[in-house]
Structure formats: C-alpha cells, structure tokens
Design a protein around this ligand. Structure first.
Ligand SMILES: *Cc1c(COP(=O)(O)O)cnc(C)c1O
Length: 356
C-alpha cells in the first residue's frame, strides 16, 4: 500500500493551453517556457505533450536542455539566462542550444578560443526590471560586439516585463526597448504570458508564455478559466482517518481550530512536505469526492484536515482534490498569500507524478 497522494499532469490541457497562447499571437512563434521542471509539471513530459506543435522551448539549465536533446526533442531551445561559464558555451554549440547574453562576462566567454560551430545568441536588454541585461544605451555597442564574434550568431533581441500582469502594464518598459529593438533589425522577443494575453504590441516574432501553458492566470482580476485555459495539474490525496469532534475539541498543532458545534473531520495524506502551503488558512477550499469543503486547523508536515460535517458519505479512501479542475490553484494561492507559480513549483519530489 503506498501513501495515497499523487499529482496528475494533463498532457491534453498543456496542448490546449499552448494552442490558446499561439492563437493569441498568430503571426509569432511561441517558445514554451519550461524552466523549473516546467513549473513542476515535468519538462520532458511537457515537451512531449506539446510534441511537434511547440515552436521551441525556453529554460535555464544546460543540463535540462541536453536531457531534452537526448530524449529526441529537436525544436529550438533557448537558455533564458544564457551560459553560466565558458564550458556551457561549448555545450551550447555542441547541442545546438541558443542562449541569452545579458552581461559582458558572457560576451568574453564567447570571444574566448574557438567553437565546433557558431552558437545562437539572443541579446538581453534591461528595460527597467533591473535584473539581467544591457541598458538600452549599451545595447547598440553590445550588438556590434556580438556581430563581430565569429562564433556567435546573433538572431534575437529580448527583454522581460516586471508589471505586464498588473494595471501598470508594459508601456514604460516598451518605450525604452522598442526603439533599440527596431533599430537592431533583430527578431524581437518580449512577451511573457501576461503580455501574450493583454499587450499585443509586444508580441514581436517570438513570445515566451510560461504560467498560462499550465492553465494558471498571471492576473489578479481573471482566472485561468476566464482566459480560456485548462488546469494542467491536479494535486489530490485521500482521507486516511476520520474524527468526530464535540464542541470545544481542538485540532492539530497549536490547537488553532476549536469546534463550536459537533463536527466530523477527515485526515488527508498531504502536508507541507508535499508542497501544500503551511500558511493556508482555515477554510481554504478543497473538493472531497467532488463536493466543496474547506481545511480545518494548521497544515502539518504530512497531513492536513478537512471538514466532513456536511458530507456524511465521505470517509476513509475519499479523494480530496487540493487544486486542479474543481479547485482553481489561484484560490489556494490567494488563501496563502502567494501565486499559483510558487505552488506548482513547490510540489515535492516525494509526490508521485502521473500523466493522464
Ligand atoms: C519565466 C519567464 C517567462 C515566462 O513568464 P510567465 O509569466 O510564466 O509567462 C518569460 N520570459 C522570461 C525571461 C522568464 O524568465
């Protein structure tokens, strides 16, 4: 008997969501962003789900990119933060993997020695987020330098938005980036999920949707469903025990919940060590055998508690959906003061992952 918890990944939802992103930016190619093991969905599983339809993939680690190549993934792959050392430049050339160049030290690695073949590079421009990239002022000379390197093939100019998902939008950053991008004559890549859905002027040649591929909304004011997306991940676990509470009985660590009237509760085989947020408050929504209910008391390491008072049919073996089709991940995120991205990425390796 194995511990009854699993995270299901839905390949058909991944494909549906990718098509939805493509449909919104029809003239472009869309790189599926599969960093962080495809936001917890499994990068190979996700790449295979998108099969030949994906125009390409974007991620962070060369090791992950090489693994995709070894598994037969032939589409373009771009490293969003580029090489982390000179050896990675060689691996990029060997495996045909493109990468962003955001700093002079990376430029120096490209200029060092020779490579078996040229490596495709994208120039990253810092248009206001102030993480990675050359300033718009530095960009023209960086472009000139890259064009002068015999082993670099500069194809694309990129930037990344800090507020594409909120009411501030992209205009300030776009006004700094667009003139440099236009003057460069390079392919343009700027749009993350939020910009794919709400800022068409930024679509350029290559968009980079991430969160929406997984069915989650990047916006506070719209759910994934309202954006025409399907959840690609379902986290569920079963009830392994039940308890009857009398008025005054309390539950779990810190006895943070006290019953005011007679209650029946179910103990669920999922805790914060599985990736469910410990901070999720009392009453965070769950679905027990398809019926809406809520959490009770504190989430512990390996268990959590749900209210069964109004669900007399539910008991040991009942399936509790923690997020997925019935419980939007955005709701659990809101109840935990975080975003769907963090919850998806935090599902622990000990939770068996099934494709279905
Ligand atoms: C993560 C990331 C994306 C995707 O962002 P979403 O908000 O998940 O769509 C796109 N571009 C870069 C550079 C990123 O780091």
């Amino acid at each position: 008997m194995t511990r009854p918890i699993r995270v299901e990944i839905h390949p058909s939802a991944l494909l549906h969501n990718y098509r939805r992103c493509k449909q919104l930016s029809r003239s472009n190619t869309a790189l599926a962003v599969i960093k962080a093991d495809a936001y917890g969905h499994g990068s190979l599983l996700t790449a295979r789900a998108l099969a030949d339809e994906a125009d390409g993939f974007a991620l962070l680690n060369i090791e992950d990119a090489i693994r995709l190549r070894a598994a037969g993934i032939r589409q373009p792959i771009t490293l969003l933060e580029g090489p982390f050392d000179r050896r990675e430049v060689e691996a990029m050339a060997e495996y045909g993997i493109a990468g962003a160049i955001h700093s002079p030290h990376q430029m120096a690695w490209l200029a060092e020695g020779s490579l078996p073949r040229p490596v495709e590079v994208w120039l990253k421009v810092n248009s206001g987020m102030n993480r990675l990239g050359f300033t718009p002022k530095q960009a023209p000379s960086a472009i000139e330098q890259l064009r002068g390197l015999p082993h670099a093939r500069l194809t694309t100019i990129m930037t990344h938005f800090a507020t594409a998902d909120d009411e501030r939008g992209v205009e300030a950053q776009w006004q700094r980036f667009a003139p440099v991008a236009e003057a460069s004559g390079l392919a343009v890549s700027a749009a993350n999920s939020a910009a794919v859905f709400r800022h068409p002027q930024t679509h350029g040649q290559t968009s980079r949707p991430g969160i929406t591929l997984y069915g989650c909304s990047p916006f506070d004011d719209a759910t994934g469903q309202e954006l025409g997306l399907l959840p690609a991940m379902t986290l569920s676990a079963d009830i392994i025990a039940t308890q009857e509470l009398r008025p005054g009985d309390a539950v779990g660590y810190g006895l943070r919940f006290t019953a005011e009237s007679p209650m029946r509760i179910g103990i669920v085989a999922c805790g914060y060590a599985d990736g469910y947020p410990r901070i999720a408050g009392n009453g965070t929504p769950v679905a027990v055998d398809g019926q809406l209910s809520g959490t009770v008391g504190r989430v512990s390491m390996d268990m959590m508690v749900v209210d069964l008072t109004h669900l007399p049919q539910a008991g040991v073996g009942s399936r509790v959906e923690l997020w997925g089709q019935e419980i939007p991940i955005e709701k659990v995120a809101a109840a935990s003061g975080t975003i769907g991205y963090e919850l998806m990425c935090a599902v622990a390796p000990r939770v068996p992952r099934l494709a279905r």
